[in-house]
Design a binder for this molecule. Sequence first.
Ligand code: 13P
Ligand code: SF4
Length: 319
Amino acid sequence: PSEKTELIARIKRLLAEREAVLVAHYYVDADLQDLAEATGGCVSDSLEMARFGRDHPAKTLVVAGVRFMGETAKILSPEKTVLMPDLDATCSLDLGCPVDEFTAFCDQHPDRTVVVYANTSAAVKARADWMVTSSIGLDIVAHLHAQGKKILWAPDKHLGSYIQKETGADMLLWQGSCLVHDEFKGIELDLLKQEYPQAKVLVHPESPANVVALADMVGSTSQMIAAAQTMDSDTFIVATDNGILHKMRAAAPGKRFIEAPTAGNSATCKSCAHCPWMAMNGLRNLAETLENMHHEIHVDPGVGQLAVRSINRMLDFAA
Ligand code: 13P
Ligand code: SF4
């Protein structure tokens, strides 16, 4: 058998032996997504990953994704062991929102309700009133706006301005961005649309406003996959990390998916849209993690107790 086949068999055996479950994001390697599904784990967006990890009875969760996803799992289940294939897998949004600066920003605006995106550290979530993911951020801000609340939003400026535009809420925005979605280009996307006039455009809201403006549908990764299944079109242009195409193609067989252009034109940059941190998750380091039960996520319990409130507000709202 090939090395890959052997690794997959070894991981399946180790997951069973360790009574562990694999929770994967759509942006990780296709083999890891398939493994998660084949072994009773899940592959999903950030909201569903959090809920699945919280509700699953396994004592050990292995999170194939980036650090904030492992931390959220640990905060929701402090009694569980949470492992990740590579603890250095971070996120430009998390990196761009250090807790000291963020706390100072919040302290300057005590009249505002603090809403943070899931893609932040545990310490930032601990300072927030609400945590949201891309699938539910708009509904939660609309709800807060209807109560007359003014919002302090961090860290993704594109997601923040999209929500601001849709809801009309008073939002003060932190200026962070996702290094993958920030690369999508509106002018080139417009040209690509002219090449494929029948195509529908699916956009993740971490993308710049001029890309979102060309979308037929804007939503989280799970919502984008659902749209590919249900929307009446054979061809889609997809503006998010290209790791999603594996699941999208499986969910909507026979349909055609074209990556949105990231630079210059679509011919020169075919696969730029892939998160370098998501790519740090592989079969080999997953097998080693399970073998050694190392790369464990730790969250300071005091920080976790504060952060869990902002996460639970979202989960209660979503329920
Ligand atoms: P969702 O899967 O929640 O849409 O989030 C995308 C993301 O940025 C993960 O890194
Ligand atoms: Fe962060 Fe963007 Fe990577 Fe998601 S794709 S983990 S938002 S850098």
